[in-house]
Ligand binder design. Structure first.
Ligand SMILES: Nc1ncnc2c1ncn2[C@@H]1O[C@H](COP(=O)(O)OP(=O)(O)O)[C@@H](O)[C@H]1O
Ligand SMILES: [Mg+2]
Length: 355
């Protein structure tokens, strides 16, 4: 039983344009690849999309863990998951000291479709309490909205509403738009709080153009696209940088990151092009070979283990180490080891840079 002294409506009208202001503070995920190339700002809605077991939940959990000591209150909404999976998530967050600032809302697969349907709105209402009444910053993770849509479809079919595309009811777009519109960076008049949303969508066989994924994609301010083959090849987080974007977060990026990030994106793009050439067996000139070698190292630099969030300083230094060419002489297989040791050395010798 949960005792409460206060109540809020589960459904709440999203603030209008006059009550908002542009996203301007960063919400650091602690992940090198995200904070550099797909930066998220407080009040932004960023979709995490990919097949099952590609690391979607992992990115959300790392982001929650990274909010420790930032004052950001996190709400993790589990929709239609197994109860044991949710228990694991709670255990993980506890272990990393993140339950202090996190609220879990769970409506498991064993519960009715109606409960699964209201779960994300409930999560948003809890975040709204902190945002409107405490002027706080909040982060909502909806894991995942594909299952949410399926629960709503079940309800609608039971109510004999006419089914449309993929048997979803006609108002399925409104289901998610009215949820995600509640994410906001509030105006100073309303206290300047924020609700950042990380909705998660699970695709089948990489089908990003299916009905629900395209709907949600059009409501969010960008997407982090996770790819199965990258994941299996050991590139983790398995982010396809080419088609992942953040439409507003760049405004909130710190200056140092703004400097190193554009070059990183360009380097990776030309690396992928060269890689395709090299696969055809084309002889590469020296400059191209060099760029290729650099690219392999950058891919290594962007790999990151779970539960090892980095400060922005550490991220910038890692990226700079790769893109400046300082790591060109280091064997690709040892690149990560080198970075770990380099960070350790920095922490001892020049801690002011990594904090
Ligand atoms: N960066 C990473 N490094 C190593 N393992 C990872 C990483 N990200 C995810 N994993 C592992 O991959 C598996 C699937 O991740 P998960 O986040 O549950 O996927 P999804 O939510 O997409 O189904 C988990 O066992 C998780 O521990
Ligand atoms: Mg998951």
């Amino acid at each position: 039983e949960i005792r409460s002294e206060q109540r809020r409506f589960v459904e709440f009208k999203a603030p209008g344009i006059a009550d908002r202001q542009p996203v301007k503070e960063p919400l650091a995920t602690g992940l090198k690849s995200v904070d550099s190339m797909i930066p998220i700002g407080r009040g932004q809605r960023e979709l995490i999309i990919g097949d099952r077991k590609t690391g979607k939940t992992a990115i959300a959990l790392d982001t929650i863990i990274n909010q420790k000591n930032t004052g950001v209150i996190c709400v993790y909404v589990a929709i239609g998951q197994k109860e044991s999976t949710v228990a694991e998530v709670v255990a993980t967050l506890k272990k990393h000291g993140a339950m202090e600032h996190t609220v879990i809302v769970s409506s498991s697969a064993a519960q009715s479709a109606a409960m699964q349907y209201i779960a994300p709105y409930t999560g948003a209402a809890i975040a709204e309490y902190f945002m409107y009444e405490k002027n706080g910053h909040t982060l909502c993770v909806y894991d995942d909205l594909s299952k949410h849509a399926i629960a709503y479809r079940e309800l609608s079919l039971l109510l004999r509403r006419p089914p449309g595309r993929e048997a979803f009811p006609g108002d399925i777009f409104y289901l998610h738009s009215r949820l995600l519109e509640r994410s906001v960076k509030l105006s100073d008049k309303l206290g300047g709080g924020s609700m950042t949303a990380l909705p998660i969508v699970e695709t089948l066989e990489g089908q990003v153009s299916a009905y629900i994924p395209t709907n949600i994609n059009s409501i969010t301010d960008g997407q982090i696209y996770l790819q199965r083959d990258l994941f299996l090849a050991g590139v983790r987080p398995a982010i396809n940088v080419g088609i992942s974007v953040s439409r507003v977060g760049g405004a909130a990026q710190v200056q140092a990151m703004k400097k190193v990030a554009p070059k990183l994106r360009l380097d990776l793009a030309s690396f992928r092009e060269l890689q395709d050439f090299a696969r055809l067996g084309t002889d590469l000139d020296e400059a191209a070979q060099k760029q290729l070698d650099r690219g392999y190292r950058m891919v290594e630099v962007l790999k990151q283990k779970q539960f090892s969030p980095m400060s922005i300083g550490q991220e910038v230094i890692s990226i700079l180490a790769g893109s400046s060419g300082a790591m060109d002489d280091i064997h690709v297989g040892r690149a990560n080891h080198f970075l770990d040791e380099f960070m350790m050395w920095l922490r001892l010798e020049a801690p002011e840079y990594v904090e």
